[in-house]
Design a protein around this ligand. Structure first.
Ligand SMILES: Cc1cc2nc3c(=O)[nH]c(=O)nc-3n(C[C@H](O)[C@H](O)[C@H](O)COP(=O)(O)OP(=O)(O)OC[C@H]3O[C@@H](n4cnc5c(N)ncnc54)[C@H](O)[C@@H]3O)c2cc1C
Length: 475
């Protein structure tokens, strides 16, 4: 039976980043990935000059972990930033698109909100602090601080767009900790933003970027770096603890022995694997829902679309009663996403708002998106390309109490030496958050392997044990 220091189960961004950092720290590591192609949901596909993102479309390279990782992997010359056409974002109101500047205060000057809604939004500065101990949803926080109109027309579509979530069932502290913190520290979000500007400081900037061939570039570069350490097409069935570590059962692909295991799968798979080795942790995982999500990618000739597509895309508040949560103007965001004289738009359907919609037949979904784009951006005629990706489990939902759930989960794993879990449901859903969590996990695994080695050598001196190092993000 093959034996390694660490087996990582799951070859998405989280698993590959963890494995790469562990390899760089000198540990022997294997990644077992169920699919034939590693990358998890970060899949970018070129189809006849178009580039379709099946999963993530942007990465925030303002986050240090993922920016450093991209540098280590020498992806700098492939980086692509938001195009000059992206001057605004759109929200739907009464069946049409309303453009709003990318400035945080742009809602005050745009006619998207009513005058009363804007006055109530500006009055946030005088609202009393809320109860620090209460677990609030994004919708509750928005209503309390900025008024019902802002909550329904701005925060609700934002949560649907960023997390495929429902603002009425999403924990503020977990998904928007900066907003919660601004109220706690400054008593008001607007006061915190103005204070930072007046003192010459800047709010942490998001750098929405990608790479020439899409976000899939990152996991593919990691997989290349890891080489034979990545085993695609291997489904792990079960893990069992032994006196020397773990046995990992990969069905007809055989069994492996490892001193440590990192589970980097979706939460429902993690729950199955943990059920025998850490039942309390499994209970936390099983409570995390990930409703289905569909991505509909349409390519048109430029002359088929009346709208200038001069923005990131659009989001739709739930109160508009539409099937599509929102869309991205992919070919305006980044260069090279559509052939010359063509444009590309991605629409997102399902998630917590309406999971059943994501399960509709692909043809029906295409028809729905075509119909909506006809009304919103003046799309005429048949698209030159139409593709659908249906994720049976889309993004994990961060329901009220999620932060506590994550704490309980960490507690349940604390007494389980050698057993680690990482993924998008523990620290945040974005690619950048997954990388941060993975790098921290690699650090903990490395430390734990060092402690195991130290325990096996009774006369080892004080200080760090050989083989234990602060892990770099890559070789
Ligand atoms: C449609 C969509 C749009 C998104 N848009 C953005 C965006 O624009 N920006 C952004 O930052 N983030 C975005 N995200 C979120 C981000 O892409 C994900 O959170 C992140 O890629 C998750 O990576 P992961 O490795 O944790 O999980 P996954 O990518 O889910 O990887 C888990 C892996 O585990 C494997 N696995 C499961 N079971 C087993 C088993 N038994 N044995 C072996 N392997 C197994 C799976 O096959 C999979 O490859 C989006 C996600 C989706 C779905």
């Amino acid at each position: 039976m093959t034996a390694v220091d660490v087996v990582v189960i799951g070859g998405g961004v989280s698993g590959l980043t963890t494995a790469n950092a562990l390899g760089a720290a000198g540990h022997s590591v294997l990644v077992l990935e169920r699919q034939v192609r590693p990358g998890g949901n970060a899949i970018s596909e070129r189809i006849g000059g178009f580039l379709m993102e099946h999963g993530p479309s942007t990465v925030n390279l303002g986050m240090k972990g993922v920016a450093d990782l991209a540098d280590c992997l020498e992806l700098g010359n492939q980086r692509t930033n938001l195009g000059p056409e992206v001057r605004k974002r759109y929200l739907t109101k009464g069946g049409r698109l309303v453009g709003i500047g990318i400035h945080p205060m742009a809602f005050l000057t745009s006619g998207y909100l009513t005058l009363a809604g804007r006055a109530r939004m500006a009055a946030e500065i005088w609202q009393p602090r809320g109860n620090r101990d209460a677990i609030e949803t994004v919708a509750e926080f928005g209503r309390r601080r900025f008024g019902a109109e802002f909550a329904e027309r701005v925060l609700d579509p934002l949560v649907a767009g960023m997390f495929a979530g429902d603002a009425r069932r999403t924990e503020l502290d977990f998904v928007m900790p900066a907003l919660a913190q601004m109220e706690r520290v400054h008593g008001s979000v607007i006061r915190a933003v103005l204070g930072a500007r007046l003192s010459g400081g800047r709010m942490p900037a998001r750098q929405m970027s990608s790479w020439r061939d899409g976000i899939g570039t990152l996991p593919q570069a990691l997989a290349r770096q890891l080489g034979h350490a990545v085993k695609p097409g291997v489904t792990v069935r079960k893990i069992t603890r032994t006196s020397q570590g773990f046995v990992i059962d990969a069905g007809d692909r055989g069994c492996l022995r490892a001193r440590a295991v990192v589970i980097a799968t979706q939460p429902h798979v993690a729950a199955q694997m943990l059920a025998q080795v850490a039942p309390a942790a499994a209970e936390s995982c099983v409570r995390i829902e990930a409703p289905p999500l569909a991505v509909v990618f349409l390519g048109y000739r430029r002359d088929q679309i009346a709208h200038p597509l001069d923005g990131l895309g659009y989001l739709t508040p739930g109160c508009e009663g539409r099937i599509i949560n929102g869309g991205l103007f992919c070919s305006s965001m980044f260069a090279g996403r559509a052939p010359a004289g063509h444009v590309a738009i991605s629409a997102y359907i399902g998630g917590a708002r309406a999971p059943d919609h994501a399960r509709l037949p692909a043809k029906t979904l295409i028809g729905i998106v075509q119909g909506e784009l006809a009304g919103l951006v003046g799309a005429r005629g048949e698209p030159v390309l139409a593709r659908v990706r249906q994720w049976p489990r889309g993004l994990p939902q961060f329901q009220p109490g999620h932060s506590r759930l994550v704490e309980l989960f960490a507690d349940a794993l604390r007494d389980m030496p050698g057993l680690f879990v990482t993924g998008n449901y523990l620290r945040g859903v974005s690619v950048g958050a997954c990388v941060d969590a993975a790098l921290d996990t690699a650090e903990e695994v490395s430390l734990s392997l060092g402690q195991m080695a130290k325990a096996a050598i009774p006369h080892a001196g004080p200080g760090r044990v050989a083989g234990t190092s602060s892990v770099p993000p890559c070789r």
